[in-house]
Design a protein around this ligand. Sequence first.
Ligand SMILES: [Zn+2]
Length: 128
Amino acid sequence: MSDKHVRKFMGGNMTPQEANAQWGMPPGAKCMACGSRPTTVARVFMPLDELRRRDPKFDALFAANPAVVAQMIVQMTDGPYVRVVTQYACPQHRRELEKAAARSPSWAIVELNHGPDPANRVAVGAVR
Ligand SMILES: [Zn+2]
C-alpha cells in the first residue's frame, strides 16, 4: 500500500503521545518528580467499607466535607470505592510512579493509564 493513502494522525503535526500529554491530562497536572507535562496517570481506589473499617477518621472526614468525599467515590461492579490518590508522571519518571503505585495495599485497586502505546502500528504516520 502506498503512503499516499495513509491518513496521518493530526496531519502528522504531532504524535498520539504528544496529543495525550496536551489534551488527555487535566490542565494543571504535573509530573510528581519534575513538574513537567505528564503522560501517565496512576489512580488508587480503595473499597469504601474497607477504608471505613481501617480508618476511623474517614467517617469524620465524610461528615465534614460530604461534597468533596462524594466526588471521590466511584461505583464499581463490586461496590463503592474511594479514589484516594491520583498521581501523574512524565515518560522519564514513569517507572518511579509505577513503583510507588505497586506499594499500595493488596486490597486497593491501582489504575495505570499510559496513554497511547508508541509501538501501536495503527498510529504509524505521525512525524516525531
Ligand atoms: Zn518527570
